[in-house]
Design a protein around this ligand. Structure first.
Ligand code: HEC
Length: 292
């Protein structure tokens, strides 16, 4: 039992020391480190601001200014609001990711209260408060505006992951309430040509629903390098059906409802995606349902 408790205690002390040293050197009230939005693979601000549990306070962090159906290549003003009746200093961080967890679109400052940086474990782009933007002394809620231009056609579903700190203004990590939230957007296909790439079109799977196999086909106007993959609803790659150069014309492949290792997959919704060499979707993903 002692063996179990000792290392745990030690690691808490080490973690605290890291936070204090880093805080002294980097002045976090002037903007947190990259990668704390609770997006897939990320931690959140309670790593240091740990007095209260995540989302345990009476406040919230919310996103507004962007529609659930975004139009490609369109400028939006993203507004982040942290509200909490008990706070008197404020901070936030957000990132906008596609289903593969990659930052998309172009983010830029609207004013001196925010800053943009790219980093963290995944090289994602983050918007966050500046020192001036921590709005010391202001009560009940704080907001920030950040400019975001949506990506080009074919980026598909996106999610904004946001963390907010409703702080007590004591220039330390103690006594602050941390909130996280996420906001899902899908691409407005009526604003652009569905099937976007003029050079390729991915056809509906047939049969669909299917068991145990279905056929995926697409037509290329010119020879090119493509990859055809099957993804699950979490956006994870199940299997790559084809990758390489193909001539123009229609190409058909069978998906046997198995992953890359040949293991049968459970019933459910899957997506077929046709991508170019750099992994960009050439068309909107197609849906197919495996029913056992
Ligand atoms: C690695 C540790 C660490 C993480 C993680 C961290 N902070 Fe901090 N933060 C600090 C330290 C240390 C201070 C106190 C020193 C200072 O004011 O710069 C602080 C202070 C603050 C303050 C002022 C608090 C007050 O009461 O005066 C705000 C606001 C803030 N951080 C926001 C954030 C947000 C938002 C996140 C997550 C996106 C975050 N921090 C994540 C270490 C951290």
């Amino acid at each position: 039992m002692n063996n179990y408790i000792k290392p745990a205690g030690t690691s808490v002390l080490v973690a605290m020391a890291v936070c204090l040293t880093a805080g002294a050197a980097l002045a976090f009230s002037s903007g947190p480190l990259d990668g704390l939005t609770a997006a897939p693979g990320e931690g959140n601000c309670t790593q240091c601001h740990s007095t209260f549990g995540l989302n345990s306070g009476a406040g919230s962090v919310t996103i507004s200014g962007i529609p659930q159906d975004y139009a490609p290549l369109t400028p939006y003003t993203v507004t982040v609001t942290v509200a909490d009746p008990a706070a008197s200093r404020w901070g936030f961080e957000f990132t906008i990711l596609d289903i593969e967890g990659v930052s998309v679109g172009a983010v830029s400052n609207a004013d001196a209260n925010t800053q943009i940086s790219t980093g963290g474990a995944f090289g994602r782009t983050y918007a966050k408060h500046t020192s001036a933007g921590s709005q010391l002394g202001q009560g009940t809620a704080a907001s920030w505006n950040v400019n975001w231009t949506s990506p080009a056609e074919g980026a598909g579903d996106l999610t904004v992951y946001v963390a907010g700190n409703a702080a007590n203004g004591n220039f330390s990590t103690s006594g602050d309430n941390i909130y996280t939230n996420s906001f899902a957007m899908s691409e407005d296909v009526t604003s652009s040509v569905p099937g976007n790439s003029p050079l390729a079109s991915l056809h509906p799977a047939y049969p669909n629903p299917f068991n145990p196999r279905t056929q995926l086909s697409f037509t290329l106007a010119e020879g090119q390098n493509v990859s055809l993959g099957v993804y699950d609803v979490q956006g994870r790659l199940v299997t790559t059906i084809y990758r390489g150069d193909l001539p123009s014309g229609t190409h058909s492949y069978t998906w046997r409802g198995q992953d890359q290792q040949g293991r049968p997959q459970p019933s459910g919704l899957y997506f077929g995606r046709l991508m170019d060499r750099s992994g960009r979707d050439l068309n909107r993903p197609i849906k197919m349902t495996l029913t056992k």
